[in-house]
Write a protein that binds this ligand. Structure first.
Ligand code: ASP
Length: 461
């Protein structure tokens, strides 16, 4: 049997396939002593183990069967899987709003590459429409692939390009913008865009998916439909994130770009508004606003683009026993801004004080945020807090650490003047700091999540 016919299979798994006369893309029935499975034999990545045979079941899920447990395999023909989505041209309707969708990459623009077993970026506008035709009921969609990267690779260059393209599309007259983005750092990009693109007259909606579209449990289509709806029909002219609300596919939540965070590595309902409540619930047939203090859609084309971004800024996530040389090293390497994610109300240990003073003396700008995410920096409560403030570390209220990081990059891209940086940092652009947190926000109010309500009902019983 040729090498390709057993692509990626080695050792016992390869010998088992050979023994039963089946190969990659066989439509096979695999029997073990206790069960049997029907599916297509998938190729294996070169780096995978040599003990499992991987099948794509009819349900769309992939399973691995231990080669040593296989008693018999029968072949019912062959079915090479083609995961290319048909490209279709998007229909135009002059009565529908015009939306531009920018692709940056991430899972939403990906599919599984069965040659390597890895999820690879594969965004194409036609593919997108081919796989989610409902989008044509909502708007006229123009798509543009800006990048094809996973979101950990988003950086200064991409933020600037994205902000500039958003600005020119708004000036050109579009009714809304959608940005397909990897979920891992979507909240970082949402924050920096909230600063770089101000007073937008139209919605700027970021969307991603936790599970790629070739998986039956994918959230890609629902997130995308809701995001396009928010951009086309919604009234919230801000940078928002549109992702699964509850764990079921009932509705999405719209989160303000400066108050949102990815909170779970694999749940589809991973994005949560922190320190506040989400802006709205959205489903294909409704938009339900949860608050009304948002910036409204306008008909003018005025938008302010400021793409300032200094790179020599870092976050120091404090941990007990942090040694002062970490701070010194950062300063020596020329960093101009440090956001500290401190403990509790905004604390670090005493041994760090000397290094913090040296940093301030060298003109480094330092801001304190809290690791607890919810709640405010409060440096007047304990002696520690007062001392750290006296060293020149500025409390950043309830700004999330990543948001403070992005804002400090943006501020230091504009000026190095202490007072001016402080003014920029502490003047909210779009609720990155708020006067107060809703009294029940931390516990329950994330947009009437059924799981939470069920939980509370059971507690009361
Ligand atoms: N690693 C991916 C990314 O952030 C994950 C995702 O898109 O959900 O690009």
């Amino acid at each position: 049997m040729s090498d390709d016919a057993l692509k990626g299979y080695r050792g016992l798994a390869r010998a088992t396939l050979q023994k039963h006369g089946v190969s990659v893309w066989s439509n096979a029935e695999v029997h073990t002593a206790t069960a049997h499975f029907k599916g297509i034999v998938l190729p294996r990545p070169e780096t995978a183990d040599d003990r499992h045979i991987v099948l794509k079941l009819d349900s769309g899920y992939n399973i691995g069967v231990a080669a040593e447990s296989v008693t018999r395999i029968t072949e019912h023909g062959r079915r090479e899987a083609h995961y290319k989505i048909p490209e279709k041209e998007f229909p135009r309707d002059p009565h529908k709003p015009n939306i531009t969708l920018f692709g940056t990459g991430g899972t939403i623009a990906s599919r599984l590459d069965y040659r390597t077993g890895a999820v690879i970026p594969a965004f194409s506008p036609g593919e997108l429409y081919g796989s989610v035709p409902e989008l044509a009921d909502i708007c006229n969609l123009q798509t543009e692939k800006l990048f094809g990267i996973f979101s950990e690779n988003m950086a200064r260059e991409q933020y600037i390009r994205l902000a500039e393209r958003i600005g020119s599309e708004i000036e050109r007259g579009v009714d809304g913008i959608v940005i397909g983005h990897g979920t891992d750092t979507m909240h970082h990009t949402a924050a920096i865009l909230s600063f770089m693109v101000q007073d937008s007259p139209v919605p700027i909606v970021m969307v991603g998916s936790q599970r790629s579209s070739d998986r039956p449990s994918s959230d890609a289509a629902l997130n995308l439909i809701n995001a396009v709806k928010a951009a086309a029909e919604g009234d919230i002219a801000e940078v928002v994130v549109c992702m699964f609300g509850p764990t079921s596919d009932e509705y999405c939540l719209l989160h303000r770009g400066t108050r949102v965070r990815k909170m779970h590595s694999s749940y589809r309902s991973t994005f949560r508004t922190i320190g506040d409540i989400p802006l709205a619930m959205i489903a294909p047939h409704y938009i339900k606003h949860l608050r009304d203090d948002y910036r409204r859609r306008r008909t003018d084309r005025n938008v302010t683009i400021n793409t300032a971004f200094a790179e020599k800024v870092t976050i120091l996530y404090y941990y007990p026993n942090m040694l002062p040389d970490v701070v010194d090293a950062v300063v020596e390497k020329g960093y101009r801004g440090i956001v500290i994610a401190g403990t509790g109300l905004g604390h670090v240990n005493k041994p760090l004080y000397g290094a913090l003073r040296r940093a301030v003396d060298k003109g480094v700008h330092m801001y304190m945020t809290v690791q607890t995410l919810w709640g405010y920096v409060q440096m007047y409560v304990y002696e520690t807090g007062r001392e750290i403030m006296e060293l020149g570390v500025v409390p950043a209220a309830n700004m999330l650490p990543e948001v403070a990081y992005m804002k400090l990059c943006w501020a230091l891209g504009q000026t190095d003047d202490r007072a001016e940086v402080r003014r920029i940092m502490l003047t909210p652009v779009v609720d990155e700091t708020t006067e107060r947190e809703p009294y029940n926000g931390y516990l329950v109010f994330q947009g009437a999540i059924p799981e939470v309500q069920e939980f509370l009902r059971n507690i009361k019983r």
